[in-house]
Design a protein around this ligand. Structure first.
Ligand code: CAA
Length: 283
């Protein structure tokens, strides 16, 4: 099946980036969010991020104009019914995602491929709550979506080959690289990245280094573009903690125990850049 139209659910950090890259690649995009205000903000952010790419000569002004013209928005989830591919990028909570699928499914074409950008929730479990587990899979982008090269494609236990190949061809059309991951907690990137970030928080918690020295050590000593604590603030400390909990519960190994300091920051509402405060103060 040829994919021409893409529905994106959730206009947050990931959803707006997904809409951005899909529109640049030539797909007609319908971006959905429960909040009209979030949609307005997302379109303004896409416009600014496309401008950056024009200024740095990554894309032409005409490509930007065409991409913006391909993005429509709606607060009505069921408007996504006729799209060929749906990518759910709503809040990282299982109950929220399942409720969205339940509302959408009665309106969805029978051959629409349904995917989730979840960074850690079981694809097999989400798929089992739909009417099309064979046409369901994980489509996991990295943040910032317009910059990061990788997309993880995660097959649930029932995902069929045609669905995988259709998603793979979308990733190729985006000019990105797909990594095929099996459906185990946190897949590949977060299985490796989150314990590293959690260990950086333990390093701070145990007084081995300061925020600055931990980040500088990993930037200059391991050539990471961002230090682990800066990256945690960028991803969101609530997301980091949620993924550590998925690893801890799903793999039942104490090596995935979330650092108490990470939990404390989340309890304080210090979630990183999005709340202006995390390991760094952005106020
Ligand atoms: N849209 C478009 N372009 C963007 C952008 C955006 N949102 N954000 C940055 N850019 C572009 C910039 O314009 C710039 O372009 P040029 O190379 O042409 O100059 C380039 O990206 C680099 O940006 P900056 O110069 O502003 O800043 P930087 O050099 O410090 O890079 C960064 C910023 C790309 C974020 C870099 O620090 C980086 O790669 N950090 C690590 C990010 C990372 O690890 N992401 C994965 C997180 S894990 C995840 O996403 C999975 C999960 O489930 C939690």
């Amino acid at each position: 099946m040829e994919i021409k139209t893409v529905g994106v659910i959730g206009a947050g950090q990931m959803g707006n980036g997904i809409a951005h890259v899909m529109a640049v690649a030539g797909y007609e995009v319908l971006l959905n969010d429960i909040s009209a205000d979030n949609l307005t903000k997302a379109v303004a952010l896409i416009d600014r991020n496309l401008d950056r790419q024009v200024q740095r000569e990554k894309i032409s002004a005409a490509t930007k104009a065409d991409a913006m013209a391909r993005i429509q928005t709606t607060t009505t989830l069921t408007d996504l019914g006729p799209t060929d591919l749906v990518i759910e990028a709503a809040t990282e909570r299982e109950t929220v995602k399942i409720a969205i699928f339940e509302d959408l499914l009665p309106h969805l074409k029978p051959n629409t491929i349904l995917t989730s950008n979840t960074s850690s929730i079981s694809i097999t479990k989400l798929a089992s709550r739909t009417d099309r587990p064979e046409k369901f899979m994980g489509f996991h982008f990295m943040n910032p979506v317009p910059v990061m090269q990788l997309v993880e494609l995660i097959r649930g236990i029932a995902t069929d080959e045609a669905t995988y190949l259709a998603c793979l061809s979308v990733v190729e059309k985006l000019g990105k690289t797909a990594a095929s991951a099996e459906d185990f907690p946190a897949f590949i990137v977060n299985r490796i990245l989150m314990p590293m970030i959690n260990e950086a928080v333990y390093t701070l918690y145990e007084g081995v280094g300061s925020v600055k020295s931990i980040d500088e050590s990993m930037k200059l000593g391991a050539n990471h573009p961002m230090g682990p604590l800066e990256l945690a603030d960028f991803i969101g400390l609530d997301t980091c903690l949620a993924i550590m909990n998925v690893l801890h519960d799903g793999l039942a190994d104490t090596k995935y125990r979330p650092c108490p300091l990470l939990t404390k920051y989340v309890e304080a509402g210090w979630l990183g850049r999005k709340t202006q405060r995390g390991f760094y103060d952005y106020r």
